[in-house]
Design a binder for this molecule. Structure first.
Ligand SMILES: CC(C)(COP(=O)(O)OP(=O)(O)OC[C@H]1O[C@@H](n2cnc3c(N)ncnc32)[C@H](O)[C@@H]1OP(=O)(O)O)[C@@H](O)C(=O)NCCC(=O)NCCS
Length: 180
């Protein structure tokens, strides 16, 4: 069996990540939405079956991308986390995550980030994970810092917003993990 045909699972402390299936998107369509203007991008447009099909096709795992749903211990799908732009030659990929509006600030996101980073380094064999985060998204930055990400720069997005660039190397992640 090839790696691509085996849906991956990664077990964290308070969440489990499962490689996304089309049926998960039906559950994600019920997620409460963010009111904050700066988080409107995190409200997924999944109202119609066509939108759900299209979102799934754009985001599901393929060669250079891995997409998971985040499950809590009650068996609820509370978020989605993924790696995109995976380059196996250079051992790098870029992380993205959304926890639904009702479940932020409860520790799920940090555990999901920690779990997918561990998956990236130990299962995919990557050496470095990158991400970018809006400068005003302090909650996300705090979460990434707790996992070990460090600020490496910043850039201006197309809408004029400033984004902070962060990265985490396998060595740093493993040396931090060894302390606990
Ligand atoms: C970013 C995200 C994944 C973080 O996950 P989470 O489950 O909400 O975060 P956690 O509860 O694990 O940790 C949040 C940390 O930020 C802190 N925090 C929360 N709100 C904060 C704020 N306004 N300012 C500073 N710190 C804040 C919390 O206290 C906690 O730190 P602590 O454990 O040291 O107390 C989640 O909030 C999310 O998906 N948000 C919407 C979409 C988004 O922003 N995605 C990331 C885009 S780069």
């Amino acid at each position: 069996m090839t790696m691509a045909s085996q849906p991956a699972e990664a077990v964290g402390t308070v969440v489990v990540l499962r490689e996304i299936r089309r049926s998960d998107v039906e559950l994600m369509a019920y997620w409460p939405r963010f009111d904050e203007a700066e988080l409107q991008w995190a409200n997924l447009d999944l109202t119609t079956a066509e939108q759900r099909d299209a979102w799934y096709e754009r985001n599901r795992s393929i060669g250079h991308r891995r997409r998971f749903t985040i499950w809590d211990h009650h068996g609820r799908v509370i978020g989605t986390v993924g790696l995109r732009n995976i380059d196996f030659r250079y051992g790098e990929g870029t992380l993205g995550i959304i926890v639904n509006a009702a479940d932020v600030g409860k520790g799920y996101g940090t555990d999901a980030v920690n779990t997918i980073v561990e998956f990236a380094f130990e299962q995919l064999g990557l050496r470095k994970v990158y991400l970018d985060v809006a400068e005003d998204n302090v909650r996300a930055q705090r979460s990434y810092e707790k996992v070990g990400f460090v600020r490496i720069g910043q850039h201006r997005g197309t809408e004029g917003l400033t984004y902070v660039d962060m990265s985490l190397s396998r060595e740093r992640f493993q040396s931090r993990a060894a302390r606990f």
